[in-house]
Design a protein around this ligand. Structure first.
Ligand code: 5GP
Ligand code: ZN
Length: 132
């Protein structure tokens, strides 16, 4: 199995590494949405965000929380988005889960997702609760 992000972790493909510890690895996105756009991944090859167990999730989100303010400061941003695309229909292109840190500024021109007017929140919530 050849995985691009596993190869980056092993140093087989070059990347701008920001940080690594025993469980996580962070590097700059090759095609950034904004300056400083970074990815944080578990070192273990796990395809989807929901494949991570509680410990993996803890380590990855801990690294995200530690790095995001530093990245924001380094690039002179005033805010940041944290996001995960989970599965191809949500835009996941690399099948080794990763959390995006996207530095933001008031005038960066990036748009937030639009909201819908709906009247079925309770029905949706009931369906979700039934699966928990
Ligand atoms: P996804 O769409 O899967 O959530 O995000 C994958 C991200 O990985 C994209 O933002 C893309 O620019 C980045 N990416 C893809 N290939 C490489 C690469 O070889 N090196 C680095 N540093 N980033 C990559
Ligand atoms: Zn991998």
């Amino acid at each position: 199995m050849t995985c691009l992000f596993c190869q980056i972790v092993k140093g087989e493909i070059p990347a701008q590494k920001i940080f690594e510890d025993e469980k996580t690895f962070a590097f700059l996105d090759i095609k950034p949405i904004s300056t400083g756009h970074a990815l944080v991944i578990p070192k273990a090859h796990l395809e989807h965000f929901d494949d991570m167990d509680a410990e993996d999730t803890h380590h990855v989100m801990d690294t995200v929380q530690k790095l995001a303010p530093k990245i924001m400061e380094a690039v002179g941003a005033t805010a940041y988005n944290v996001g995960v695309n989970v599965r191809p229909d949500a835009g996941q292109a690399v099948m080794h889960t990763h959390v995006h840190i996207i530095p933001r500024s008031a005038d960066d021109g990036l748009k937030s997702w639009p909201g819908m007017d709906v009247d079925n929140l309770e029905e949706i919530n009931n369906k979700i609760e039934a699966l928990l």
